[in-house]
Design a protein around this ligand. Structure first.
Ligand SMILES: [Zn+2]
Ligand SMILES: [Zn+2]
Length: 121
């Protein structure tokens, strides 16, 4: 991200959110996404208006094309296990019990970790 970009962060869209830290993070990442941030690198979810670790369980976060939460061998959506206390995050296919697409899974783990720590900071 460029540090010279002067963009006004507009969080009015999230005015009704009680968690103002979440609202600020959502607005900041919306702006960053407009500037080229990979939507899959976000730690907030603009669709569900939540920290990503709170909604990554949703079927909307299964992306067969990229292998995010998707086991190609079984053509099945993988489960996400997030332990908010220990910070442990696991993606497991309910069919073969393996972790699907290592690259996509690494990204899920990374963004969930970031959102976990941002939410509890
Ligand atoms: Zn979501
Ligand atoms: Zn599988």
């Amino acid at each position: 991200m460029s540090t010279t970009t002067q963009r006004v962060i507009d969080d009015r869209r999230y005015a009704d959110l009680r968690d103002r830290r979440l609202a600020a993070a959502l607005a900041a990442e919306d702006a960053a996404e407009t500037d080229g941030l990979d939507p899959l690198e976000r730690m907030t979810c603009g669709l569900h208006r939540k920290w990503i670790h709170r909604c990554v369980h949703s079927p909307m976060h299964v992306i067969p094309v990229t292998g995010h939460r998707w086991c190609r061998d079984c053509s099945t959506a993988a489960d996400v296990m997030i332990d908010e206390l220990t910070g442990e995050i696991r993606v497991t296919c309910p069919g073969c019990r393996r972790t699907p697409n290592p690259r996509a899974t690494k990204q899920i783990v990374r963004t969930c970790r970031a959102s976990l720590s941002a939410a509890s900071a």
